[in-house]
Design a protein around this ligand. Structure first.
Ligand code: PLP
Length: 940
């Protein structure tokens, strides 16, 4: 007889259950440990901690569907759906995923599941659009995997329905609790049921998880961009596939600043993995509403039977909030918005685009005369009424300045005039459906009856008459919250999308908040541009303005830019902008005409370089500069082969991919070609040699490679500081010894200063001047034009003269007056603002503060650099294993806190710091404070 049936009656129920679970764990699994009770809706859940600190979730349930659930989860164990982790069953001693036990004469199923930890979505920060998009992708993968399962074989055919099964939505209105449901919600539920009923056949059905809510989804950390795990298959069922997304959307979009955008991101992420049909998209907002109603009904039922578990009520406040906020926009408009975002070919445009169109066209005409003279607003839309901050008018009052007549310009679908309220439904191919509500002002003369004709409506107004205009996207559904003339101010922000500034309806007024959303742009990029284009951050930033060391995103957030070494003298630097504008307004032409700027610029540039470099070639990009350097070197030496350092990057042309191991050894690369000698990268921190004599040993290895070469190279290319190699300053012994050795054999040394020149090194204007070397060719780019495409090759007279082979070197844009004026302004800025000195002073301060910080955190490794070119290694353990994941978390934390930083290096674990040189000391202090906070979080 099982021990639990012998329990003494004095034990409490909870104690009895725990004893029984302990017993079953020992008996069936051979496990002992500590049990801690967890929340559960109908199941009893415990956390089991074993002696070795490993943890399991113990689930006790009575549901008849346990066997099917176990079969489903076991099938997913065999083919995990993407990156989202799911719980696994620990098998009992005799190999079962579930064991039964009897408790108070009732049969329970006990299971042991892997305990997935992390941050619960509900406990994280308000969700970012990136998290929502990635979660959509995760659910898409899950649903694709679920769709492939054989539901009959897994025992899912004929499974009896449970309370959370959405497939019986038609019967919701017949549930006994319906009388207690909010009346508006009840009306909306009925409308949704009708809408879905006629489309049911077009909605694909499959097995779904059905409960991706904010208490079942985990993130690795509060700021991570991807969800890490999903638990609880207890509500799985066969339903419309899109129900998966609807359930997730109800819970996961809560707390977002912009719920509509959040819904779009979640849907887009899902759609990229499991494409949604137009019908699924139009049903999605209605299925969300059905889920809200279902949850309310289940709650009302539980309350009726007196269930007291607070877990049951946990989501109700959130659900009501979501209901109120989502229903301010009609489901039709939300559906269209989702379609416009997911199906760019649908011909629908997103609200911001429609808003702009409306601003140009208007929909109400007043006799072709200037609106401003005839109908003027009395108070500003969206401002508090009578100075009372608590409520905001959703309409705006206008006064007629003479007898006028309002007429509509687009198709009328509905007119309803009752008392002093005229409501008109309108429909247009480009603008979609709209509603306009005209109300007479209180105490004013009553509204005249509207005249209806084939063309639409006409409403005469007397001089001095006041009306209130409310304009909405979509239908003015009866029973909707949207009819209320006042809304609490704190709900204004999330619902403002539903309303239109009525002045737009009159074809007059500015579009506020008009913007192309990130989602729209991403889609457009995918459609129109090369698929190989990448973007920084999984959820990219849309930057709309620059301001010296800062970038400003479309939502107005300011970001301190720590990685832009192109806008060297500051984003939108006024002197540079002015120089470019002035010259562009005057003349832009090519080098076949004489112009002062090319000469004065070359003179100024040469003055910054050692005397033996006497001739300038202006080109348009760093790649062009390095390609030209190759032609010069081959021509001068009569040799063909080339030498480079491992991990180097010298440009995107075919000739340069050959000498860029970063590319040709990376994804899609074809390896090092035979004409290129790859010399060792002297990593003295984590590389092959780490001892005092590491540089000498790397040098010896490099000489060995050269000794075995089929021909000595025409040129040796070296970035003066390594960029993509991980922010390195070369050991002097290595770079000096190597260039001397090669130059002695007749090889030309090309110093690639494309990233690091123009004062960034701090104690010298050019980075190669940090070593005792003498380049034969120097290539310049990026900062030279502060973002304007200009670059240069500077070389000796002998190399330049030898290039006179009879073939002209002509380059259409190179050296044009606009580029030269801009480049001159950059030099002026560097000089007049003392930017080289600033790079030295701020760089030294930053490096020493970083070095001090690194002492306190085990994962913060070597800090290195020169001037404002600094790298910080993020490592794991004494063997200095690269820890790219932590480095990325740090960058993400900083991004969320307004600082843009990124990672580099062959293992992508080096934080790279190379801000515009105009960065202020206060900005650096701010960055250090945030960086320390991120180290506290991730680097101990
Ligand atoms: C060191 C180095 N050389 C050359 C280039 C190529 O310059 P561009 O992209 O202007 O062609 C780059 C660009 O990242 C670079 O970092």
């Amino acid at each position: 007889m099982p021990e639990d049936t012998l329990m003494s009656e004095t034990q409490t129920a909870a104690e009895r259950i725990e004893r029984c679970v302990h017993h079953a764990l020992a008996e069936s699994y051979g496990l002992t440990g500590r049990l801690e009770r967890l929340d559960g809706y109908t199941d009893r859940n415990f956390c089991l901690t074993l002696d070795d600190a490993s943890r399991y979730l113990v689930k006790l349930s009575q549901a008849s569907s346990v066997a099917a659930e176990v079969a489903l989860m076991t099938a997913l164990e065999a083919r995990p759906p993407g990156e989202l982790r799911l719980p696994h069953h620990r098998r009992s001693l005799n190999g079962q995923a579930s064991v039964t036990l009897t408790l108070d004469d009732e049969v329970w199923h006990l299971r042991l599941l892997s305990y997935l930890d992390g941050t619960l979505w509900a406990k994280g920060l308000p969700p970012s659009n990136a998290q929502l998009y990635a979660t959509g992708e995760g659910l898409g993968h899950l649903d694709r995997a679920l769709a492939e399962l054989d539901i009959a074989a897994l025992g899912w055919l004929g499974q009896s329905s449970h309370d959370w099964d959405p497939s019986h939505y038609r019967s919701l209105l017949a549930r006994p609790e319906i009388d207690d449901l909010e009346r508006e919600l009840c009306d909306q539920l009925a409308a949704c049921v009708d809408f879905i009923r006629v489309r049911e056949r077009e909605l694909p059905r499959q097995l779904i998880h059905n409960d991706a809510n904010d208490y079942n989804l985990f993130l690795d950390s509060p700021t991570s961009e991807r969800p890490s795990a999903l638990i609880d298959f207890g509500d799985a069922c066969v339903a419309f596939a899109v129900n998966e997304l609807a359930v997730a959307a109800v819970y996961l979009t809560d707390r977002s600043l912009d719920r509509l955008e959040a819904l779009k991101q979640l849907t887009l992420g899902y759609h990229t993995v499991r494409p949604l049909t137009p019908v699924e998209l139009e049903c999605l907002p209605r299925l969300m509403l059905l889920r809200i109603a279902l949850s309310r009904l289940n709650y009302l039922k539980a309350r009726k039977v007196g269930a007291e578990d607070p877990y049951i009520a946990i989501s109700q406040e959130q659900l009501l909030r979501q209901w109120q906020l989502f229903t301010t926009l009609s489901p039709g408009v939300i559906g269209e918005e989702l379609m416009a975002a997911c199906l760019p070919d649908s011909g629908l445009s997103l609200l911001p685009a429609r808003r702009s169109l409306l601003a140009q066209r208007g929909i109400i005409d007043i006799g072709g005369q200037s609106v401003a003279d005839l109908l003027t607003p009395q108070q500003t839309f969206a401002t508090p009424v009578d100075g009372k901050p608590a409520y905001i008018a959703t309409g705006e009052t206008f006064i007629a300045h003479g007898p006028i007549e309002l007429r509509n310009t687009i198709r009328v679908t509905r007119v309803d005039q009752r008392g002093d309220r005229l409501s008109i439904g309108l429909q247009d191919r480009e603008l979609g459906r709209l509603s306009v509500i005209v109300e007479g002002a209180e105490g004013d003369s009553p509204l005249a009856p509207a005249k209806l004709s084939m063309e639409g409506f006409r409403l005469p107004l007397e001089a001095g008459q006041a009306i209130t205009l409310t304009c909405l996207w979509g239908d003015d559904d009866s029973g909707g919250l949207r009819q209320r003339s006042n809304l609490p101010a704190d709900t204004w922000e999330p619902v403002s999308d539903a309303y239109l500034d009525p002045r737009l309806a009159l074809g007059h007024g500015q579009v506020y908040g008009g913007r192309q959303s990130v989602a729209t742009l991403l889609h457009a990029r995918r459609q129109l541009l090369s698929p190989t284009l990448s973007h920084a951050y999984r959820h990219p930033l849309k930057i709309v303005r620059g301001d010296m060391a800062h970038l400003i995103a479309e939502d107005g957030r300011r970001y301190l830019d720590l990685v832009n070494n192109v806008c060297h003298v500051g984003h939108a630097n006024p002197r540079v902008v002015e120089a470019g504008c002035r010259q562009m307004a005057e003349l832009n032409t090519n080098t076949r005409y004489l112009h002062d700027t090319i000469v004065s610029y070359s003179e100024r540039l040469l003055a910054t370089l050692p005397d033996h470099l006497e001739v300038v070639f202006l080109v348009n990009s760093g790649s062009e500069a390095n390609d030209l350097a190759m032609r010069l070197a081959r021509n001068f030496t009569g040799r063909h082969d080339l030498a480079v350092l491992d991990h180097a990057y010298h440009g995107h042309l075919s000739s340069l991919i050959d000498i860029s191991p970063y590319k040709h050894d990376g994804p899609g690369g074809q390896g090092t070609p035979p004409h290129v000698l790859k010399l060792p990268f002297p990593d003295t921190y984590r590389g092959q040699y780490r001892t005092e004599d590491a540089a000498e040993r790397y040098l010896a290895d490099a000489k060995d490679v050269l000794a075995g070469a089929r021909e000595q190279p025409a040129a040796f290319y070296a970035e003066s500081f390594a960029g993509v190699g991980g922010q390195w300053i070369w050991p002097k012994t290595y770079i000096e010894g190597l260039t001397r050795h090669l130059q002695a054999q007749g090889t030309l040394y090309v110093a690639d200063e494309v990233q690091v020149g123009f004062g960034r090194a701090g104690s010298s204007f050019w980075a190669f001047q940090q070593y005792a070397v003498r380049p034969d060719i120097v290539t310049l780019g990026k900062p030279i034009g502060n973002g304007h495409p200009i670059a240069a090759v500077v070389t000796t007279r002998a190399v330049a003269e030898a290039f006179k082979t009879g073939m002209e070197y002509f380059n259409t844009f190179s050296g044009n007056p606009v580029s030269c004026s801009i480049a001159l302004a950059v030099l002026d800025e560097i000089e007049s603002r003392g930017l080289q000195h600033r790079a030295l002073a701020l760089g030294d301060m930053l490096k020493s503060r970083l070095a001090a910080l690194s002492e306190g955190f085990s994962r913060v490794g070597q800090v290195r650099g020169q001037g404002l070119f600094i790298g910080v290694e993020i490592v794991d353990g004494p063997a200095l294993a690269p820890d790219s994941a932590t480095a990325k978390r740090i960058c993400h934390f900083l991004r969320l806190n307004g600082v843009l930083l990124s990672t580099d290096g062959p293992d992508d674990n080096v934080l790279k710091i190379k801000p515009p040189l105009v960065i202020e000391e206060a900005d650096i202090q701010h960055f250090l404070t945030l960086l320390e906070a991120s180290f506290d979080l991730y680097c101990d």
